[in-house]
Design a protein around this ligand. Structure first.
Ligand code: JB2
Length: 213
């Protein structure tokens, strides 16, 4: 299905290394990678490592697809808005060893890593990362550029605001609302609603500070 497509990958750091196997599985005709850091322009067999991010417009053709391999939620969100305003098209990367239930809506530029489950009627907005073996249960809403880190568990009817990161192995009980730009620490158990910009750690989760905006 993707054999005739060219995929432009922005970023060649740790997150890119996580998504390469999905890109290979999807079978894109060509994969072109960009990074502003010159030290990161070597490496991945079969993929073409090009110049800085700004050079993508020299290589872009109508019908091509883009993916942002950038783990930082704020940066990914900002870059996505810029690229969309210039007409670039994003694809999502869904690994075959993930389960996406009927009724789920997945936006653009989303990655669903191996072992992840998204249950019925959840909505995953653009540029979200559903990292390795995470689960998002029924009727959840994830805003733009949310990152659910490996092994995190989100119960049913949880709302998560844009650019929030749910840390590795964290759990969120059902019917919870988490604000925008929140960080939930590794292994945290969230049992209460969380306000915007909060950093929450521990079991049960407690707000320890608020991030500057
Ligand atoms: O301020 C920036 C900037 N900061 C990092 N401006 C621009 N234009 N680019 C920036 N980058 C670029 O983001 C780096 O050059 C690199 O291409 C890309 C990714 O940065 P990094 O390698 O630091 O992290 P990552 O996002 O690939 O991976 C992190 O997040 C993942 C979700 C790692 O922690 C991974 O382990 C994690 N799985």
């Amino acid at each position: 299905m993707y054999r005739d497509k060219i995929l432009h990958v922005i970023g060649n750091g740790g997150h890119a290394r996580s998504i390469f196997s999905i890109i290979r599985e999807m079978g894109f005709g060509r994969v072109l990678i960009y990074d502003d850091n010159e030290d990161r322009r070597s490496g991945e067999g079969g993929f073409e490592l090009l110049g800085p991010i700004s050079s993508v417009h020299n290589h872009w053709h109508p019908g091509d697809l883009m993916f942002l391999a950038i783990g930082d939620n704020a940066l990914r969100d900002r870059l996505a808005r810029g690229f969309i305003s210039h007409g670039y098209q994003f694809t999502s990367l869904l690994h075959s060893f993930s389960f996406i239930a009927p009724g789920v809506i997945v936006g653009r530029g989303v990655v669903v890593m191996p072992g992840s489950v998204i249950n019925s009627f959840s909505k995953i907005d653009d540029q979200c990362i559903l990292n390795t073996s995470c689960s998002v249960d029924h009727d959840c809403l994830l805003g733009e550029a949310v990152h659910i880190a490996p092994g995190a568990r989100i119960a049913g009817k949880v709302h998560i605001g844009a650019r929030t990161c749910i840390g590795i192995g964290a759990s969120v009980i059902n019917n919870i609302s988490i604000g925008v730009n929140v960080t939930i620490g590794a292994g945290c158990v969230v049992v209460r609603d969380v306000p915007d910009n909060a950093v929450v750690v521990g079991v049960p989760g407690k707000v320890i500070k608020f991030k500057e905006q």
